[in-house]
Design a protein around this ligand. Sequence first.
Ligand code: HEC
Ligand code: HEC
Ligand code: HEC
Ligand code: HEC
Ligand code: HEC
Length: 373
Amino acid sequence: MIAVFLANMSLGQETEAPEDPAEIPFALPRSGPFNPADIDIGNETAIADWFRSAHANAAAEAFSHWDDDGEVQAACATCHSGEGFRDFHGLDGSEPGVVDGTIDVGGVVDCGTCHNAGLAQVTEVTFPSGLVHPVRGVEASCLTCHQGRSAGTDVAEAIGDQELDAPNPDLRFINPHYATAAATWLGGYGAAGYHYQGQDYSGRFFHARPVETCNSCHQPHTLEVEFEACTTCHQAEEPAAIRIARQSYDGSGDTDKGISADIQSNADLLLEMIEAYTDDVVGAPVIYDGNRYPYFFADANRDGAIDMADGRPVAYASWTPRSLRAAFNWKLITADPGNYAHNPQYTLELLYDSIADMADPLGVDMEDLNLLR
Ligand code: HEC
Ligand code: HEC
Ligand code: HEC
Ligand code: HEC
Ligand code: HEC
């Protein structure tokens, strides 16, 4: 059960709060339960749309993860609760740029996260790479929460100038975090990925007017992609089938499928190569399991199953600088299901460079793969 407050909502109307928030039966704003005289149709639709969306799903892991602890740590609160978000940006009168303490559990991305007069004062958002990006209005909210938590620069720092193929038990998988759409979107300029030396990377995906912002494609309450709008410029049955490129990037020669299929195919290839490299070159095979943090596990006895110790899966601890940076790029890309629409070019470049880096020690000839960067 969640209570949603329109306290800071710039669009909403001021109404009396119920005496006891615990008595609110549904996810209603303070102005609810609905009184036709108080609430206009637009608001009602917005609430209904939002209520069915992932942003309102209090039971999701992204909002319930802290329930047993009873509080959300400051480091996590910014993106996992509207209250934490307002605290971080100083919209609650606190110092901006920091969450002052733990935040109550039970929060979601509530109305006051995006409908907040104070957002106008947020003029820039800092990304994990250190990039400070100028923002306007509601964009500040999407870019704060969908930027991920680490960047290629963190990987570069961890591996320093260590020998590329020497396993180092001190290296741990660096997780870019989840739903990293804004990081993909800003491309090489946002520097979310691990950038290989000597390579240039495409910058922000400007796409075409008017598809320039998150909300030009995503309905801000349902969060769904408004596909109708795409078809004014693209001919396709669904977003994933959209393609402009006349070349094939994945070596298949097939240019009838969506660009997303090239990306998927190269991502699959990269994971296979990481697995082959840890086995053949490092001598310590890795197993990927997308359902368990930290996702990459050991299989020292090569039985094809994740090693267990004390009833727990053994995290992979034989990373080399080369496998760590490739695994980071792979996870960053696959953590964004909209990568092909957010920045297809940057995504393809990161994949190509990571594959090329793996190909070298594996003795694979890039020419034979027939990929395009
Ligand atoms: C920069 C914003 C941001 C910060 C800071 C952040 N997260 Fe997240 N996190 C997200 C977003 C966005 C998602 C939603 C991904 C999805 O489920 O689509 C998410 C998802 C999650 C999930 C669900 C993953 C899954 O598999 O469904 C967990 C668990 C999580 N975060 C833990 C944490 C913890 C622990 C911290 C603090 C140490 C933290 N997050 C800090 C943005 C953030
Ligand atoms: C993730 C950000 C976000 C959240 C959360 C959010 N909104 Fe919105 N809302 C927007 C944006 C962006 C627009 C502007 C849409 C436009 O300009 O076309 C908007 C528009 C509106 C409008 C104008 C009519 C319409 O539907 O376009 C109303 C009313 C509204 N929101 C109410 C709410 C209410 C009530 C809640 C909570 C139940 C809520 N919003 C939650 C981002 C959000
Ligand atoms: C306070 C942090 C926060 C803000 C602000 C925010 N999001 Fe989210 N968003 C999340 C989290 C957390 C999830 C995952 C929720 C879940 O797993 O139920 C999510 C999920 C999503 C999803 C996935 C929907 C799905 O069906 O899985 C989309 C799309 C999305 N957000 C777009 C946006 C856009 C566009 C904006 C800006 C208008 C925005 N978000 C603002 C934190 C945020
Ligand atoms: C060109 C249109 C476009 C733009 C601009 C865009 N997106 Fe997306 N987005 C998509 C498509 C297409 C998908 C994949 C379709 C899907 O999964 O619903 C997607 C997927 C997502 C997802 C994952 C949804 C899921 O199912 O897990 C999130 C989160 C997201 N976008 C957030 C954002 C944010 C934040 C921005 C702004 C930085 C943004 N998007 C800009 C088209 C766009
Ligand atoms: C106003 C016209 C226009 C609209 C509307 C539009 N696009 Fe695009 N789209 C383009 C153009 C032009 C390109 C090529 C841009 C470039 O390569 O710089 C493109 C490229 C793409 C690509 C990459 C294709 C490839 O082969 O590289 C994807 C994916 C995409 N758009 C998805 C979408 C989605 C999803 C929507 C709707 C939410 C959308 N577009 C709406 C004009 C548009």
